[in-house]
Design a protein around this ligand. Sequence first.
Ligand code: CO
Length: 203
Amino acid sequence: MKSIDKLIKNNAIWADRMRQSDPDFFTRLAQQQSPKYLWIGCSDSRVPANEITGLPPGEVFVHRNVANVVQETDFNVLAVLQYAVDVLKVTDVIVCGHYGCGGVKAALENFRHGIIDNWLAPIRSLTRIHKDELSELENDSKLDRLCELNVLSQARHVARTTIVEDAWERGQELAIHSWIYRLDQGILTPLRNPTSSRLDIDN
Ligand code: CO
């Protein structure tokens, strides 16, 4: 069997198992989704949102891209965020990065990787903004600190979108979380208190 065929086979086994433990699971899920969380994470295959948070299908709305970047000009992330906030009415947006992120590492390197360098421009500018702090660190510690700074920066970008500002303005409950995941331990850690209003952004 080709390895790709295994995926379809795995799926049939998984669907059977889900139905056995909860016969109405799929019919219920097909009628509507009402996740409370939006996850904005890295595309890295080792950081699957549902799995590491122990959430079944239907519980988390997910957007992933290289190095969990949130740019106000990216219609993809804006469309996801708007649907999650305005329609699904999620109560929490989780921006989650991870230590050892290849995208963040590429932003630190002084050579061309291709079109991705344009995507990573916001992280390259972070290396300039925090150059004093980063110059004190070496190799893995430098990369890990930039991974943290990137999460904090991208979460601030989420908080400054018109989508989130308008939600807070109309009194909607919405918290933005800045989390980081350690690949070699499987552990998620919040980097700061959640941002629940405009006043929290720079605290
Ligand atoms: Co990554």
